[in-house]
Design a binder for this molecule. Structure first.
Ligand code: SF4
Ligand code: SF4
Length: 382
């Protein structure tokens, strides 16, 4: 039985975070269970972009500090790293204060840029994956995700955070490979997770993000930390508590199909605080707009009009060009001033442009078919 711990943590005040982290880790067996003296321990926070902390895009440094101190107490050496989709680790760490926390912990702060081929475990879909060498060489990986919504995968928590183990441009290649097929992308995430095998996952849910996450949603106070030795078990236990129907959560569908979890969750035990008193009932999930709703044999123009598609609001645009740089199939061209030209026939609806836009200037316009599905969903009982 895999334990998933929930611990109340009202804010990022250092004392509150330290005691909540200590309690959550104790409920999972204690840091000494995972870290032995002299071991090199990689902490992997979510460092998606250099957004101010109040936007709740990145794992709060207070959580990283509290976990890092427990690792030091257990005799481990701390390394902090990520491969951000937007901006560089150096800039993100300056803006968010992660740089100061790394200095306080005596930790190296690194940008993942050394891909290394790793064999995946038996039962994987992919035989081998190119992942960050530092992560593969670390004695212990501790996964420190932020609780956020995700326009493509519904939610990003423990499993999705490990996509950051894929180095820079390879991320776009994977998006291109999986396209709008969320289950295929979920299979990739599961293989990454099973290959990296984080010893412990501690989720920053003190403040999370709802709506159009993971970069342009709205902050949401949740007031808890989650923890588990198994990020998949944690994600699947928390998703329904956040209002997600299991069938709408691609990780659930992929994991059940592959026999990695029981469909009824009976292999997971919740410990710690009562989720009913902790998690708000009105958490706003994104509307999953998908090209998958239209069969592949349908012609391009039909897909274009029936499915949701990215549109740019030039009035909000800041001329940064990041949307064009990230677009995996090269369907989005940027022309100054403030004009994104999008070829909706070749666009794979991967949401990368929306995710990287620092100005929230790209939205998905609901297609006719998606609109019908959403209206039906609204009037049908859950
Ligand atoms: S235009 Fe946007 S959604 Fe379409 S493929 Fe490019 S990055 Fe992905
Ligand atoms: S639409 Fe967004 S990402 Fe693209 S150039 Fe404008 S501000 Fe940058």
């Amino acid at each position: 039985m895999t334990k998933v711990a929930l611990c109340a943590c009202p804010n990022y005040e250092a004392g509150n975070v330290a005691s909540a982290v200590e309690r959550a880790v104790a409920l999972c067996g204690g840091m000494e269970t995972f870290v032995r003296p002299g071991q090199r321990v990689l902490l992997k926070p979510n460092m998606l972009s250099a957004a101010p902390l109040a936007q709740r895009v990145t794992t709060d440094p207070a959580v990283v500090r509290a976990v890092g101190k427990l690792v030091l107490k257990a005799g481990g050496q701390v390394v902090i790293g990520d491969s951000p989709a937007i901006d560089k680790v150096s800039r993100i760490s300056r803006v968010t204060g992660m740089k100061d926390v790394a200095a306080e912990l005596g930790a190296d702060l690194i940008e993942f840029c050394r891909p290394s081929l790793a064999k995946t475990p038996d039962g994987s879909i992919y035989h081998a994956l190119e992942l960050e060498e530092t992560a593969l060489a670390a004695d212990v990986v501790i996964n420190l995700p932020k609780l956020k919504t995700h326009c493509m995968m519904l939610l990003t928590m423990g499993v999705k955070n490990l996509f950051g183990m894929v180095v820079g441009p390879r991320k776009s290649q994977w998006h291109m490979h999986a396209g709008a097929d969320r289950i295929m992308f979920a299979d990739l995430l599961l293989d990454i997770c099973r290959t990296v095998k984080p010893a412990l996952t501690i989720l920053d849910g003190v403040w999370g993000m709802q709506g159009r996450g993971p970069n342009n949603g709205t902050p949401c106070h949740l007031g808890f930390l989650g923890a588990s030795c198994d990020p998949l078990a944690m994600d699947l236990a928390l998703a329904p508590l956040l209002g997600a129907h299991p069938a709408s959560f691609p990780l659930y569908s992929a994991a059940v199909r592959r026999g990695l979890v029981r469909s009824d969750g009976s292999d997971t035990q919740m410990v710690g605080d009562d989720p009913n008193g902790l998690i708000p009932q009105n958490f706003q999930l994104p509307v999953l707009e998908s090209a998958m709703l239209v069969p592949r044999f349908m012609s391009g123009p039909m897909r274009k009009h029936l499915t949701s598609r990215p549109v740019q609001d030039p009035g909000l645009c800041r001329d940064c060009g990041k949307c064009a740089a990230v677009c995996p199939p090269g369907s989005l061209r940027f022309e100054e001033p403030r004009h994104a030209v999008i070829d909706h026939l070749t666009c794979i609806r991967c949401y990368c442009c929306q995710e990287v836009c620092p100005a929230n200037a790209i939205h998905f316009k609901t297609g006719a078919l998606v609109g019908i599905v959403e209206r039906l969903r609204a009037i049908m009982p859950h």
